[in-house]
Design a protein around this ligand. Structure first.
Ligand code: UD1
Length: 418
């Protein structure tokens, strides 16, 4: 199995290009099922989760063409199956996002329940309730969500709690429903805005994306379209943290700083100088040690749970003590035990971690437990004395495009080994 080997100590300098957002491209690929003609998506990152989603679409009968250079075209006109099997859904929870499109377009969908996940129980009840509000009949049998509706009907639906995936699934379904749908307590993530923009390019009538109240006027059909995926704010944030931890100066390009306020504010609080110029963000640490910063994760525009592990790596070597609260997922501190192996000083009490910054970490073999945890271990390895090897990096390949190549171009001593 492949591992990542990092030799710590390099100060990062230079420019790095941000890829398209994983969490935007996955729902967008699923949304193509709603169209009558081919949908071309640009700025598609090369990620394992993208390949899995493409396999799901192909399994349903869609024709998917990878034209290279981040351009993928999905022609859904050949879809003949409405079943997303367990073998695919269990490897990637986001496959559940075909539920809304299949149900709205074909009146019928069977999607395997995704099952457990390392970072928490992650149920899909909110997705199901949303579809029921639009008039779908839903049963859960033999491990499958079975959904049926001759035509969905627009309705007002209030999400019990803010959920990114449930908002996306119900939004997609509502585009082809009869009449007007109002989604209250909707998630406001930039990836939802990007999905809405792709749906609008396909002919959907949507207002309020990016706010807690999304209004959809259902249309009869959606058509062929083109869309370019929004920049990955989590990848961009990860590189900026790497620069801050190593005391370097890095510019991320092709980024969307306007989607990153919470993370940029925390980097400033850590003592980084930041300059945003169009789609470029430059972080200059001028060799200083970062200051410890308290973090509480929250739905957008709050601090993203997907950056918590990486910021914890920074707090591990920062000057001072920080309190980090994880409010979104119940089991998202699995990187802590691995960071302890590198010499970090962290104490966990329920959903709270107290991190005492240490002067130095020391390299050790560690194991990745989930996607963002893998990134935090790489970040810690970048500043640790000696070699850190990170095992189980398939988690990393789900969501970061060539992270070792991008970091080594910035001067890091990092490579993939067998
Ligand atoms: C998405 C992101 C993930 C990110 C998360 C929170 C994608 C592909 N993944 O995941 O990277 O960490 O948002 O920003 O975009 N919940 C329920 N019932 C449901 C659905 C969710 O109780 O039916 C709960 C979850 O357990 C969690 C909370 O709602 O505690 C938020 O989860 P949600 O926003 O749905 O996360 P995902 O869409 O799965």
């Amino acid at each position: 199995m492949q591992k990542i080997l990092v030799d710590g100590g390099a100060v990062l300098h230079g420019e790095v290009r941000v890829s398209g957002a994983k969490n935007a491209v996955l729902p967008i690929l699923c949304a193509t099922l709603l169209a009558d003609g081919p949908v071309t998506i640009r700025n598609v990152p090369r990620l394992h989760d993208v390949r899995t989603t493409i396999r799901v679409l192909a399994e349903l009968g869609a024709r998917v063409g990878d034209e290279g250079d981040g351009v993928v075209t999905v022609d859904p006109s050949t879809v003949h199956s409405h079943v997303a099997p367990y073998e695919l859904v269990k490897t990637m929870r986001a496959s559940v996002l075909v539920l809304g499109p299949l149900l709205a377009k074909f009146g019928h969908a069977e999607v395997s329940l995704p099952g457990g996940c390392a970072i928490g129980s992650r149920p899909v009840d909110l997705h199901i309730k949303g579809m029921q509000s639009l008039g779908a009949e839903i049963s859960v049998e033999n491990g499958f969500i079975k959904a049926r509706a001759e035509r969905l009907r627009g309705a007002r639906h209030v999400f019990d709690i803010v959920s990114v995936g449930a908002t996306e699934n119900v939004l997609m379904a509502a585009t082809l429903a009869e009449g007007r749908t109002v989604l209250e307590n909707a998630a406001m993530e930039p990836e939802i805005v990007d999905l809405a923009e792709c749906l609008i390019a396909m002919g959907a009538r949507i207002e309020g994306q990016g706010t807690g109240r999304i209004v959809v006027h259902g249309v009869e059909r959606l058509h062929a379209a083109q869309h370019s995926v929004v920049a990955d704010r989590i990848e961009a944030g990860t590189f900026l943290i790497a620069a801050a931890m190593t005391g370097g100066r890095v510019t991320v390009t092709h980024a969307r700083p306007d989607t990153m306020d919470a993370v940029l504010d925390k980097l400033k609080a850590a003592g980084a100088e930041l300059d945003c110029d169009g789609d470029r963000i430059t972080l200059d640490m001028q060799g200083r040690r970062p200051r410890a910063v308290d973090i509480t994760t929250a739905p957008h525009p709050g601090f993203p749970t997907d950056m918590q592990a990486q910021f914890m790596a920074l707090n591990c070597i920062a000057d001072g003590v920080s309190v980090m609260n994880e409010t979104i997922f119940e089991n998202r501190f699995m990187h802590v035990n691995e960071l302890l192996r590198l010499g970090a000083d962290i104490r966990i009490d329920g959903h709270t971690a107290v991190v005492r910054g240490v002067q130095k970490l020391s390299g050790a073999p560690v194991m990745a437990t989930d996607l963002r945890a893998s990134a935090s271990l790489i970040l810690a390895g970048l500043v640790a004395h000696g070699a850190t090897t990170i095992d189980r990096i398939y988690h990393l390949d789900r969501g970061y495009e060539n992270i070792e190549g991008k970091l080594s171009a910035l001067g890091a001593d990092i490579r993939r080994i067998d």
